[in-house]
Design a protein around this ligand. Structure first.
Ligand SMILES: *Cc1c(COP(=O)(O)O)cnc(C)c1O
Length: 490
């Protein structure tokens, strides 16, 4: 399996980039995102054979199609160590942990069926664990082979940082330096990260806001000499291995919700950076019988706008709202370029021009209207994409409705998904809504909706009282550089 950049790097037939080479990196050298030169296909016979596999075995079957340069026996060891009931143990009491991503039917009436697929039973109670846990094991494996080290440096306002830390804790050859805004995360999220006592995890509370943290990460990333000397890397949502790991649960969800391959299902995905639903798009391109891919956004509706109009208009920081589904508060969807590449039939010149236009003019227009950059919006339906939007009052109402009618508490992001899914239900096509977090993580809004606290999984009862280990630091680039240099002994 060979990879190319959405902007043309390694596109020629004699150049060869493989999975292991892009595993530890971020953007392609030309600023694009890596994609396989061709999506591997899954035959219906193969799909049938996969019906009886465990999650770990299924993950192996999907991954081996993309990671062709990792020996199969190694890959099998890595997937079976990652997807265990022990790692994904935070299932609700009546769910089976062994299923890893258990399904729960909410209702079935008039031929319409709504199902929740739980993706948030991992260590940090959000779907990012699904991919990050695999990444931790893949990184450790790849670094051990080359006797190399990696220092992961990032900024977080919540879910990504904790998922990265729980995936990398105790891993040989890896350190994590994670910036977060001092006293700005919820008590639960802070406790999750800061209570880690592992010697390779460094939490840095920056006396500023999230943007200050991100600016520090950018400044360090732009200092190539420092970056190379200290082996700095990232684990952001454009990482290709993360996307591939997410492809697996679309197959799992489909296979669990159907009995034969003549059936189709749809998925609704609470979306921010377009990483999760991009994996659904790839599963569909591989031949998985998906009818619709429903993009659900919150008040930050840049993606909903595109899928309704063909106009992609990124927002400025001042136009990016802080919402009660905060992990979807994005102004620019970092994985979106991967879908645009497919929408434009792999025309790397045009992809490059459009995303340069995003930088210079804040967006592009594929509506086919006067002065637009193209008319590919008319092809959107061919890819199954539709969209919708949910705002704070919808979120509260959905949390209340689902609690009353089905007796389960859902988190705010999943509530956005369910609200939008209801607008796109089709007869005889089960709708799977991806549950992207457990409600305990966003308890403030659960209290607002239900007047009581969300239940916490076993082991999280007193997390706020555990001893915390973190460093407070001013938002200053030289200070953080000096500190990283000291910790890495270079
Ligand atoms: C990250 C996240 C999302 C958004 O996922 P994308 O891949 O960025 O689209 C949705 N819900 C939760 C809880 C998340 O942590």
């Amino acid at each position: 399996m060979h990879y190319l950049s959405t902007r043309g790097y390694a596109a020629s037939s004699d150049s060869s980039v493989q999975f292991s080479e892009i595993l530890l990196g971020g953007l392609a050298p030309d600023g694009g995102l890596f994609l396989p030169k061709q999506y591997p296909q899954v035959s219906l016979a193969e799909l049938d054979r996969w019906r009886t596999l465990s999650y770990a075995e299924l993950a192996f079957e999907v991954l081996r199609k993309f990671a062709t340069d990792i020996p199969e026996s190694d890959l099998r060891t890595i997937t079976s160590k990652t997807y265990t009931a022990e790692v994904y143990k935070n299932a609700r009491p009546d769910e089976a942990s062994e299923a890893i991503t258990p399904l729960r039917v909410l209702f079935e009436r008039d031929g319409k069926k709504m199902i929740i697929q739980a993706l948030s039973n991992g260590p940090t109670l959000a779907f990012k664990d699904m991919a990050m846990q695999l990444l931790g094991n893949l990184f450790e494996y790849a670094l051990a082979k080359t006797h190399a080290e990696l220092n992961i440096f990032g900024a977080t306002s919540g879910d990504t940082g904790s998922a990265a830390e729980y995936a990398m804790r105790g891993k040989q050859g890896i350190r994590v330096f994670m910036l977060s805004p001092h006293q700005k995360m919820s008590a639960f999220q802070t406790a999750q990260m800061f209570s880690l006592q592992d010697q390779n995890i460094f939490n840095i509370a920056v006396t500023g806001v999230f943007d200050d943290c991100q600016d520090m990460v950018k400044a360090v990333s732009n200092d190539l000499e420092f970056k190379n000397r200290h082996k700095i890397g990232t684990v952001n949502s454009i990482n290709w291995a993360r996307v591939v790991a997410q492809v697996v649960y679309y197959f799992r969800g489909y296979l669990s919700a159907t009995t034969n391959n003549d059936q189709r299902v749809s998925f609704t995905v609470p979306s921010g950076n377009f990483g999760n639903i991009c994996a659904g798009h790839i599963a569909r391109m591989m031949g998985l019988p998906i009818a619709q891919l429903v993009v659900a956004t919150n008040e930050n509706d840049v993606l909903d706008e595109f899928f309704r109009t063909g106009i992609y208009r990124v927002r400025k920081s001042a136009e990016t709202y802080h919402t009660t589904s905060p992990s979807m508060d994005i102004s620019k969807a970092s994985n979106f370029e991967r879908f645009i590449f497919d929408l434009l039939d792999g025309d790397t010149q045009r992809v490059k021009a459009l995303f340069q236009k995003v930088e210079t003019s804040g967006g592009f227009d594929l509506s086919g209207g006067p002065g637009s950059d193209g008319d590919e919006f008319k092809k959107i339906a061919q890819f199954g994409f539709v969209s919708g939007k949910s705002v704070h009052i919808d979120r509260l109402k959905t949390i209340q409705d689902v609690q009353r009618d089905y007796g389960i508490t859902i988190d705010t992001h999943t509530a956005d998904g369910i609200k939008v899914a209801l607008e796109h239900l089709q007869e005889n096509i089960p709708m799977l809504v991806l549950e992207t977090a457990l409600p305990a993580k966003f308890n403030e809004t659960i209290r607002e909706a239900l007047g009581r606290d969300a239940e916490r999984p076993v082991g999280f009862e007193n997390i706020e009282t555990l001893p915390q280990r973190f460093e407070v630091m001013a938002p200053d680039v030289d200070t953080i550089k000096a500190w990283i240099a000291k910790q890495t002994n270079l």
